[in-house]
Structure formats: C-alpha cells, structure tokens
Design a protein around this ligand. Structure first.
Ligand code: BES
Ligand code: MN
Ligand code: ZN
Length: 507
C-alpha cells in the first residue's frame, strides 16, 4: 500500500553539461534594491545578461517562485529555472532552511521532468545537505488511487547538486542521509494521505511490517484478542465501536552497540469521527490524518535503523478507529487502562489521550532513558500555535533538546508549560481521572492527562518525557509551499532523527 521511494542524489562540480539534466536551477534572492542573481555556474556574460533582465522578466526572488527560461549553451539542458529563495541581505549566507525550501519548491514544481540539476550557493557540506534534503522532500506525489495517469506528473527522480564540494568525503554520507530522510518523510505523508477505507488498524499494522522489510527491526502486533487479554483498556475502549478492530504495533531497533534507549509513542487513530460525541460534518474527512503521530514514530525508527545509529529505539503505534455504533464507548463509561488506572470517558472525541495512555504505560515498563510521544491530539493546538508550529510539553531535559533539534532540522516547534492548576480539572466523580478537563489551554490539559501515565525509571524518578502535539502541522489544508505538499506533511520525523543524532553527539 505504501511504497518506499528514494530519490537518486548526486553531486557534480565544474562542467554543468556532464549532468545532462532536463533542467538547471539557479537561485534568485529578494535584495533590498530588487532581485539578486545568486552565485551560479553560468558564464560571466550570461549571468550579467540575466541579472540585467530579472526585473523585466517579472522575477522577484520571492520564495516559491520558479520561472522557466530556455536553456543556455553552457547549461547543457533545455530549460533554465530561476528559483526564488526569499529575502537575502548583502554578504549573508542563506540559512539551511532557506536552501531546503528553495530546492524543495523548485523540485516540487518541476514534477514531470525526470532529472534536475540544482545550482544554489553552497559554502559547506551542511549547505549541500540542506539542498539535498529539500530536493528529497520536494519530490513527492500521491497518485495511488487515480484510475488514469492523464494529467499526472511523476515527481523528479534524479537530482544532481552543482557544488565545488563535489569531491568532499563527507558528502556521500550527507546525501545518503538526505535520501533516507526523504524516504521516511514521504512514507509518513503517504500513510497520512491514505483514505480510511484503505488504511485501518489491521492494514496499518501490515504497512508497518511491509515498510520494515530489509531493515534490522523487529515488529510485534497485538490484535484485539491480545489487547483485551492483556488489559489495554484505552485502545480497546476507543476501538470497539468500529468493525475494524484496534491494534498495537511495536517496532524495535536494538543494535548491539547502542548507548542509550528511547521510546516513541504515536497516536494512530485511522479515522476520528468523534465516536458517540460525534464531530460536525464540515472537514471531518481531514480526520483520516489522525494517525499521523503513529506514522511519524514508525518512520523515525525505520530511519534510525536505516542510518545505523547506535541507539535503541522503540516505536509504539497505538492504532484504533473511533466510530459511533452500538458497540462504541459511551460518555460516562469507565475504562481500565493498561497498568490499572481508571478513566471516566466524558467525551468520546477525546480519544487520542486514551490510546496514548496505554502506549505510554507499555513504553514505561521497558525503562527507556526518555519517552517522546507524538499525536494529533487537540484542536486547541491549532488555536494556540496555528497550522505550522507543533507544541512540545514535558520535562525540560527532553523539550529543550527537541526544540534545538527542530531548529537544526528546519521544523517549527514551540515549548508550552504544564501549569499545576490544570490537573484538578481532570478529576472525576467516579474514576481516577476524567478524559476531559479545562477547555482553555486544552493542548496543555491533554498533556497533563498523558503525564499521569508516564512511569518511573529504575532510579524511582519519573522517566523523562515529552509530548508533541502535531494536530496542525501534520496536515496542510492550504496550498503547497517550499518542500511541503498538500495534505500529509510528514512533519516531526526530521526533528526526531536530529534529536537522536544530537543525543549521540553529546554522549
Ligand atoms: N483528533 C482530534 C484533534 C484534532 C483536531 C486534530 C483538529 C487535528 C485537527 C482529537 O481527537 C479531538 O477530537 N480532540 C478534541 C478534544 C476535546 C473533546 C477535549 C478537540 O480538540 O476538540
Ligand atoms: Mn477526537
Ligand atoms: Zn483524534
């Protein structure tokens, strides 16, 4: 159902013609006094002529602009593309994210061509890596359910990066990493984009096995019988209203040389109708994306395995479909969660925290050094931080490094507090906890609920834990931009991989 696709990335220096691509892309920035042609491999004469005509050609250098011109003799390809990189100031280098977005936007808009050469300014290996990542992320489409190929354009399959650093020994691993990251993010997007008719708990578990093939990971699936027997009351309570029964999937990567151990827990609601507390019709289809967290943690562990990093990493995918039916949980039902805590379900639409609670308890029982959970948990996340910025909450020792990792990866994430007054709002008249509490700051209320399920480590202290709410940034309802397509964005995979890399670099 979801295939792994990896873009072909290479680096070339000097002779542009050697790449023999369908198009050569060079950058234009928005300077203080108008468009600026960025450093490029054209002859001085061509570059000068081009720079002089930018304004009349309507080229501003704004991000996401991609203007196609006939190729020049020295480019060795039919098309020259001028790609906007956004604001530039004199003598200042482009940020990694500006390069990533410019490369990604150009590659995305050049779908239909098979090979492209990107000639953006690159001062070091990190710059080349950013261009490569952008390219890998921009080369994506989701066409599986079209009956006709008419009018569809295949993503660019091969990208050559023009750079003076082409011979550098560090380049090969950087390109490999970029294409692996692209594959992990694109697989996440495709899982999110998959319609709920096709992606439901059982098929999601199958897809996890399929994507894991050939990688050194172990996949274990709990079906509804085992979940029931072992007391996963949260996952079962949410899933039992559906004809498609729930699953818990554990994906373990445990290399012998590992120095630390992290657990990742993901929300995998393959469709969220709200259950008996049913959602309004408008926009309900977007709730096919309510499994994004599980797709993220799955593909993060697969990327770590693909990179061969010396870390133990386990993904817990908490998968259920939230449907109303005669078998569904009712408001006021009490569930006994994995580990024994009881929860009064006052709103069946607050289902994510119920499946996540089981996953967090299960993850805690293995004493990881840290637990990070990822979930499209609350509409309140969108109110607080908007469409593109994820919220992160929990222990400073985890949220701080996560924020730093996101900055390095070029993803937007922002720390939010867990104020003490929120906990009593979750008190129940009949059970240990209620599944809803204070509505204002609802993203934080949900996180306070999850915190109740984080276990203690071998030292008797709470396991360092962070919760990332990706309700907004995981799904793009607007126009594509930079390397981000419509619908599933695959956000947070790159942040989590960068977090692990940073963790290993510190150790
Ligand atoms: N899956 C939703 C959260 C969501 C909303 C994700 C919008 C993406 C976009 C979640 O299960 C939910 O319904 N949360 C409720 C909680 C409330 C009942 C306390 C919400 O946010 O309204
Ligand atoms: Mn819900
Ligand atoms: Zn949900």
């Amino acid at each position: 159902m979801v295939k792994n696709t990896e873009i072909n990335l290479s680096a070339i220096a000097r002779d542009l013609k050697k790449a023999a691509s369908d198009a050569v892309v060079i950058g234009v920035g928005q300077g203080a006094d108008g468009p600026v042609l960025l450093e490029n491999p054209l002859t001085a004469k061509s570059a000068e002529a081009l720079a002089d005509s930018l304004k009349v050609l309507g080229i501003t250098g704004a991000a996401d602009q991609a203007v196609r011109l006939p190729g020049l003799p020295e480019t060795g390809s039919g098309v020259l593309v001028l790609a906007g990189v956004g604001k530039v100031s004199d003598g200042q280098r482009l940020s990694g994210e500006a390069l990533r977005r410019a490369a990604g936007s150009a590659v995305r808009q050049l779908a239909g061509l098979s090979s492209v050469t990107l000639a953006f300014p690159t001062a070091d290996v990190a710059d080349v890596a950013a261009v490569a990542e952008g390219a890998a992320l921009g080369a994506y489409s989701f066409t599986e359910h079209r009956s006709s190929k008419d009018g569809l354009k295949d993503p660019v399959s091969s990208v050559a990066i023009f750079t003076e650093l082409a011979g550098d020994k560090e380049l090969e691993p950087a390109l490999k990493r970029a294409s692996l990251l692209g594959r992990a993010v694109n697989a996440t997007r495709s899982l999110v984009n998959q319609p709920p008719s096709h992606l439901y708990p059982e098929t999601f578990a199958d897809a996890a096995k399929e994507l894991s093939k050939g990688l050194p990971v172990k996949v274990t699936v709990w079906d509804e019988k085992r979940l029931e027997k072992e007391g996963f009351g949260g996952i079962m309570g949410v899933g039992k209203g559906s004809a498609r029964q729930p699953r818990l999937v554990k994906v373990e990567y445990a290399p012998a040389k590992a120095t630390s151990k992290i657990a990742l827990v993901g929300k995998g609601i393959t469709f969220d109708t709200g259950g008996i507390s049913i959602k309004p019709a408008l926009g309900m289809g977007d709730m096919k994306s309510d499994m994004a967290g599980a797709a993220v943690v799955l593909n993060t562990v697969l990327a770590l395995a693909g990179l061969g990093l010396p870390v133990k990493a386990t993904a817990w995918l908490c998968i259920a479909e939230n449907m109303p039916s005669g078998a569904a949980s009712r408001p006021a039902d009490v569930l006994t969660m994995f580990g024994g805590k009881t929860v009064e379900v006052l709103n069946t639409d607050a289902e994510g925290r119920l499946v996540m609670a089981d996953g967090i308890v299960a993850a805690s029982q293995e004493y990881p050094d840290a637990i990070i959970d990822v979930a499209t948990l609350t509409g309140a996340q969108l109110i607080a931080l908007g469409n593109r910025t994820a919220g992160v909450m929990g222990a400073d020792s985890v949220t701080g490094p996560l924020k730093a990792a996101a900055d390095r990866a070029g993803e937007l994430i922002w720390p939010m507090p867990l104020p003490e007054e929120l906990r009593p709002s979750l008190d129940s008249q009949v059970a240990d906890l209620a599944n809803i509490g204070e509505r204002h700051g609802g993203m934080m209320t949900a996180a306070v609920f999850l915190r109740e399920f984080v276990g203690k480590g071998k030292d008797g202290q709470p396991i360092p834990w962070a919760h990332i709410d990706i309700a907004g940034p995981s799904f793009n309802n607007g126009a594509p931009y930079g390397y981000t397509p419509k619908q599933g964005t695959g956000c947070t995979v790159r942040t989590l991989v960068a977090y692990v890399e940073d963790l290993l670099a510190r150790a």
